[in-house]
Design a binder for this molecule. Structure first.
Ligand SMILES: [Zn+2]
Length: 306
């Protein structure tokens, strides 16, 4: 990894009054004294520019385990349900679409209702997306003028994307500018106030160099509001007891991309297996309870352009 580091102000409120929050190896996580946003500072330059994802990330994003899990029908089940409820038709742009699995599922389920387009900074996953019939625009989202030609959109999605960005506000601002008036923006991020994060703290595997931002519902709402979005709804979803168990035992060691992909495949297999049905009902009840308590692993917010 390159040694060059980028220092940043709070990605939500631009203040520079932050205090140390967690330290994990070379990773320094701070907490904003003004808005309480938790974020990495400084960050390695290759993470801030996205260069990392065009190089080192490929073994994970294009591994067979990751692709099969992403393209499994259950992978985006929760996201699709929420999406469909708020957006029954229209032109959809998925930012950071990777291999295109979300858009693929959207079109597979409701082929007549959506015009789909994906974009990502990383090339190889887009080749795969195109091979599955998903239309893509290549390049950096912030600099890409081709997207203006395809705009305006009815809906733009960021599924597990903005926690990776050094300048998340600029991304949401651009999304806002590409939407029709009243258009929707879906943002899914890890929930920094989840049960898992509270229990594990810096030992949690998702406290790692690829995650630059650690949002709660209030900080994400503040960020979106700053660029002209209003909150439509907030959900707390997903719960992975296997990850919690492993991280409690592992004590914060690094998890390789290969391990992440394998775990993803196992989790997907559990979700699909008939034998696991009784356990799945217990699991589903636990996930609902954690969701109601705002303690689930992920935070999903739907915003409307004002
Ligand atoms: Zn702040």
């Amino acid at each position: 990894m390159s040694q060059s580091l980028i220092y940043r102000d709070c990605p939500v409120c631009d203040s520079n009054a932050a205090q140390p929050h967690w330290q994990k190896g070379e990773l320094h996580i701070v907490r904003c004294g003004r808005c309480s946003m938790v974020y990495a500072n400084p960050v390695p330059a290759e993470m801030a520019t996205g260069k990392f994802y065009d190089e080192a990330g490929q073994d994970y994003y294009l591994s067979v385990d990751k692709l099969e899990s992403d393209y499994a029908d259950v992978r985006f089940e929760r996201e699709l349900r929420l999406f469909r409820k708020h957006c029954p038709r229209g032109a959809a742009l998925d930012v950071g679409c990777s291999s295109g699995a979300f858009l693929f599922q959207l079109r597979k389920r409701w082929p007549a209702d959506y015009r789909i387009l994906g974009t990502d900074a990383s090339g190889p996953p887009l080749d795969y997306a195109e091979s599955r019939g998903v239309a893509v625009v290549r390049g950096n989202f912030l600099e890409n003028e081709e997207l203006r030609v395809c705009a305006p959109f009815d809906v733009i999605t960021f599924w597990a994307v903005i926690e990776h960005l050094a300048e998340p506000k600029r991304f949401l601002d651009k999304a806002n500018s590409l939407l029709k008036p009243g258009g929707l923006c879906f943002v899914l991020v890890p929930n920094v106030r989840s049960f898992a994060t509270r229990l594990l703290g810096r030992r949690y595997r998702y406290v790692y160099t690829q995650h630059l931002n650690y949002f709660s519902a209030p900080t994400l709402a503040q960020l979106a509001s700053a660029v002209g979005f209003q909150v439509v709804t907030i959900r707390f979803t997903h719960f992975n007891p296997v990850v919690i168990w492993q991280d409690l035992r592992g004590g914060g060691r690094d998890i390789s991309n290969l391990e992440r992909a394998q775990l993803l495949r196992r989790t997907t297999a559990y979700k699909q297996s008939t034998v696991m049905k009784p356990l799945r009902m217990v699991y589903s009840g636990t996930e609902k309870l954690l969701g109601a308590l705002k303690l689930a692993d992920n935070l999903v917010m739907v915003f409307r352009k004002r």
